[in-house]
Ligand binder design. Structure first.
Ligand code: TXA
Ligand code: MG
Length: 348
């Protein structure tokens, strides 16, 4: 299959959106930018189209898809029950990087929800995404547009690396703004519960809803605790090289990483280091990449996945990363990094 590329780096191109919308209505697959990461879209109400997403990504069929809408009013058709919390969260954070789990209506096929009676809904803060959703019929199922197990794509080139020749179209909207996937909050069982941390923090949600729980399984190493979001159960984002997170006082972290890099160099092994603008000059004997600045946590979130992809293309066999417990997105960033590292953390 030839994958068409539509350039919308400078915003919505009406003719291109019409072509893309037509592809979705015919049951095709179109990758598109959102404010979080690129999504791989299909008509969410068409079971066969949704099934194609799983095949293209190599995704386990029990891992449900998020249904993207372009207007609040669209939610009534796919959700069987809309709790008042949903409206309050939408007023505060939509369009934006928040996904809500609600009871699904009959029209949403089980192929989209991975067999669940619930549906994940999100209204993205990206003009190109919303134009596409409207042109495609109003309901676009979209997981991140990577092949399963690879880092989520934050630019169109990442999508092409994984899915060129496999999907109908890629809409190139340039680099995404946030760089990590949306916060997922479950509104179907008792107290609202975060199933996946993201840009919208627990404190921000609590500011609107009062108390908000966090799925206990998210940060546990114990495999018997099953995360409620099926996708959080898989080992995601594993880079080719072994990844270790080094945490502790800044100076000790830098010394430890340098000592390890020197040892590796003696053995003829290439080391990668994930540092920051502030620390990168400190490291030696390694391929050092800055993830961003500690004074701007959004820069760290934005570069996380592209850095992991860059290391996959390098010769390094082991990577040491600093730890990034930043104020708002620290949980979200570390959740991804810890998974990528397979929980290998060195405390110093
Ligand atoms: O920012 C995002 O959310 C991006 C962009 C494209 O919108 N999408 C995204 O989709 O991250 P994906 O498929 O990579 O992650 C969806 C997550 C998975 O962990 C999945 O298990 C969970 O949402 N999920 C979807 N529907 C669910 C449901 N009904 N109940 C519980 N978890 C659900
Ligand atoms: Mg994903």
């Amino acid at each position: 299959m030839k994958t068409l590329i539509e350039n919308m780096r400078n915003g919505v191109d009406e003719a291109g959106i019409r072509r893309a919308g037509e592809l979705l209505r015919q049951g095709g697959l179109v990758a598109f930018p959102t404010e979080t990461v690129y999504g791989l879209g299909a008509d969410a109400l068409d079971a066969e189209a949704a099934a194609k997403i799983y095949r293209a990504k190599g995704r386990p069929s029990d891992n449900p898809l998020i249904v993207h809408i372009a207007d609040w009013d669209a939610i009534g058709r796919i959700a069987a029950d809309i709790p008042t919390e949903a409206k309050r969260l939408a007023d505060a954070f939509w369009p934006g990087p928040l996904t809500m789990i609600l009871k699904k209506s009959e029209v949403v096929p089980f192929a989209t929800t991975g067999g669940l009676e619930t549906v994940a809904v999100r209204l993205p803060d990206h003009e190109v995404a919303r134009a596409l959703i409207r042109a495609g019929g109003g309901y676009v199922a979209a997981p991140s547009a990577n092949t399963s197990g690879r880092p989520s794509p934050t630019k169109a080139e990442h999508v092409a690396q994984d899915l060129d020749g496999v999907i109908d179209m890629i809409i190139d909207g340039g680099d995404v703004e946030i760089g990590i996937e949306s916060t997922i909050v479950d509104l179907t069982e008792g107290r609202p519960t975060i199933l996946r941390p993201g840009y919208i923090s627990r404190e921000m949600l609590a500011g609107v809803l009062g108390r908000v729980e966090v799925d206990r399984a998210l940060f546990a190493e114990d495999e018997h605790l099953r995360p409620k979001a099926p996708g959080m159960r898989y080992r995601h984002y594993a880079p080719r090289a072994q990844l270790f997170i080094v945490e502790g006082a800044q100076q000790r972290v830098r010394e430890t990483i340098n000592a390890r890099a020197a040892e590796n160099a003696e053995k003829g092994r290439c080391t990668g280091v994930i540092g920051t603008d502030e620390s990168q000059d400190y490291y030696a004997n390694a391929l050092v990449k800055s993830i961003g600045s500690r004074t701007d946590e959004s820069s760290i979130a934005r570069h996380l996945y592209s850095i992991l992809r860059e290391f996959d293309e390098s010769e390094v066999s082991v990577i040491y990363s600093e730890s990034f417990d930043t104020p708002q997105m620290g949980q979200a960033i570390m959740n991804r990094l810890i998974k990528a590292a397979g929980h290998q953390i060195i405390s110093v």
